[in-house]
Design a protein around this ligand. Structure first.
Ligand SMILES: [Zn+2]
Length: 141
């Protein structure tokens, strides 16, 4: 499908892709580090699978997901897309979700315990999330 985005004022601030080292990601890394966790940033552990950081000694791979792009149940879009780009948006979000699932699966196949964390969880309670990351037996959500 050819992508023909119609530029709208509502969408202009959303231009661009997921960035590395977003604010919640940095916040969580600081909390994990303060709690004694040692990690590697953005390791490419498989093709199409680059967690935000991993804790090699614990075999934990962490993805911090932006509420909007990854469709957090609380802050993600709840109503169908509307406007000239509705279909493109829906398709884009579907692809994001597929990419997320695939990346999680690949990481698990490589032996990592996968933790996906919403950016709002980090903002609400960075230390609590850091404790979850550092739990000896974390479970994927
Ligand atoms: Zn959220």
């Amino acid at each position: 499908m050819a992508e023909r985005w119609v530029s709208t004022r509502a969408g202009s601030h959303l231009a661009g892709r997921r960035k590395e080292s977003t604010a919640p990601e940095v916040l969580l890394r600081k909390a994990v580090h303060a709690a004694g966790g040692r990690f590697r940033l953005h390791p490419r552990i498989a093709k199409g699978c680059t967690p935000d950081f991993v804790l090699p000694r614990r075999n934990v791979a962490v993805f911090v997901d932006g509420c909007f792009w990854h469709g957090c149940p609380e802050h993600g879009r709840k109503t169908p897309w509307s406007g000239p780009n509705a279909e493109l948006w829906a398709e884009k979000m579907r692809r994001n979700a597929e990419r997320d699932e695939r990346a999680s699966r690949l990481a698990r196949e490589c032996g990592w315990t996968v933790l996906r964390i919403w950016e709002c969880e980090v903002r609400d309670d960075p230390l609590g999330v850091a404790r979850r990351v550092l739990e000896p037996t974390v479970r994927a959500k």
